[in-house]
Design a protein around this ligand. Structure first.
Ligand SMILES: [Cu+2]
Length: 170
């Protein structure tokens, strides 16, 4: 599964490093430049993808960047590869809506102990996994939001500063 993620990540990097022009050789003469930016009018949604991220007993994720495509069905697998109990070293993966202040949200979340540190009825979150402890694994499936740069974090008290990253939608 990790390999798929790596392949996808490198493919995305190739596309972005190539300046987004994929058919420059044969169609350049009579094709308008806008042709290569046809993402929005694609008939089919991009193929579903599974991303795996790990959290450990050192209060770290193993990735600080995840990339997907807009509208893509994303399955996010969170693995806690540590041994510590959920009450002491719980981890989740929480994806924030664009423009939400991460620190402000993380502080708000501390008070939400009864709901696994996700404030009940919050409108600041796109999606989140369950909170898990050492040796556990959980997953969620959701549709990637519109293009842009989003933030993810673990909302367990005190974790967000070390456990956060960028969720890039292309
Ligand atoms: Cu955590």
């Amino acid at each position: 599964m990790k390999q798929i993620v790596i392949i996808l990540a490198s493919a995305l990097m190739l596309v972005s490093c190539g300046g987004g022009e994929q058919n420059t050789d044969s169609t350049m003469d009579n094709t308008p430049a806008t042709e290569s930016k046809s993402d929005e009018v694609m008939d089919e949604a991009p193929e579903a993808v599974t991303l795996t991220i790990e959290g450990n007993d050192e209060m770290k994720y193993n990735k600080d960047m995840l990339s997907v495509k807009a509208g893509q069905e994303v399955t996010l697998v969170l693995k806690h590869v540590g041994k510590m109990d959920k009450a002491a070293m719980g981890h989740n993966w929480t994806l924030l809506k664009k423009g939400v202040d991460m620190q402000e949200f993380a502080i708000e979340a501390i008070a939400a102990k009864d709901s696994e540190y996700i404030p009940v009825g919050t409108n600041k979150v796109i999606t989140h996994t369950a909170m898990i402890g050492g040796g556990e694994e959980t997953s969620i499936t959701f549709t990637a939001p519109a293009k842009g740069k989003y933030q993810f974090l673990c909302t367990f008290p005190g974790h967000f500063a070390a456990m956060n990253g960028t969720f890039m939608v292309e």
